[in-house]
Design a protein around this ligand. Structure first.
Ligand code: G1P
Length: 290
């Protein structure tokens, strides 16, 4: 059995939902409390045993590569001032993985972005983590999917139940329940209308795939929004190989829009060792004033 050691993290998006903040700063570097969102994603991958992190980046995303590299001047100054604790978490994760960056030259869709990693993935199974959802808790979603893959030896993707009104925002599965948290996926549809949705089980952006997925992406024509869709390739794969959908037990934060991003900041802030109790106090006071 080949274990999951490689993860693809697409970071090519323009971040238009967060303009003007994202005009010159990649949206992946916007902080949740004191860590950029991409750091949470990379931590989740490393906790799942990933060794090679493959960023699929667009232009103007060099700051993400730099973030996971040594910052010589800053680190010398921190060392001199005995403040290396400020970067200790970052140094710990950057030493645990290789960071590989591949350019997606044109924004042709998520499926295309994933396919750009083929030269690094080869014939190995791999994980994909999208940046809008953050997984929290001691066992995060990617680790759950890797464990399921190791048991079942097939592609495994995270699913979650959403309101009927939200199905058109996600890739939706059609599946047969095999146990409490697991569905065998038969078909997938990218962002269906409420009428066409085969279920209310949506994919929040965590996947583990066999290398067969890349074969389906090769020569895949554009689908919804004239983009090469990951969901379309998954649909083809699910017809050839077993594919499981798994309802994760981890806590999730949707940081992909303004409200979700603020909520994620508050929730993570409440658990933060330095500001957690002060924030709790503030919220209590705020509630009294509302
Ligand atoms: C992408 C995928 C979709 C998935 C979603 C999760 O859509 O195409 O299948 O459910 O991510 O966030 P996007 O949000 O990039 O439009």
């Amino acid at each position: 059995m080949k274990s999951i050691k490689k993860a693809i993290i697409p970071v090519a998006g323009l971040g238009t939902r967060f303009l003007p903040a994202t005009k010159t700063v990649p949206k992946e570097l916007l902080p949740i409390v004191d860590k950029p969102t991409i750091m949470y994603i990379v931590e989740e991958a490393i906790e799942a045993g990933i060794e090679d992190i493959i960023f699929i980046a667009g232009r103007n995303k060099e700051a993400i590569e730099d973030f996971f590299d040594v910052s010589f001047e800053l680190e010398k100054v921190l060392e001199k001032d005995n403040r290396t604790d400020l970067l200790q978490d970052l140094v710990a994760i950057r030493n645990k993985a290789n960071f590989i960056s591949i350019r997606q030259k044109e924004p042709l869709g998520l499926g295309h972005a994933v396919f750009c990693a083929k030269p690094v993935i080869g014939n190995d199974p791999f994980a994909v983590l999208l940046g809008d959802e953050l997984s929290a808790g001691s066992i995060k979603t990617t680790q759950e999917l890797v464990s399921l893959y190791e048991k079942e030896l097939c592609s495994c993707v995270a699913i979650m139940e959403v309101e009927k009104e939200s199905v058109s925002k996600y890739g939706i599965i059609d599946g047969v329940q095999v146990n409490k948290n697991t569905y065998e996926i038969k078909r997938l549809v990218e962002k269906p209308s409420q009428e066409d949705a085969p279920s209310r089980y949506a994919m929040p952006g965590r996947y583990v795939f066999t290398a067969g997925l890349l074969d389906e992406l090769q020569d895949l024509p554009p689908g919804r929004n004239r983009e090469i869709q990951l969901t379309d390739a998954m649909d083809m794969l699910a017809k050839k190989e077993r594919m499981l959908g798994y309802i994760s037990a981890a806590t999730r934060y949707d940081a992909g829009d303004k409200l979700g991003y603020l909520v994620a900041n508050i929730e993570m802030g409440l658990n933060h060792p330095q500001i957690g109790s002060a924030l709790k106090q503030y919220i209590k006071q705020l509630k009294g004033n509302l």
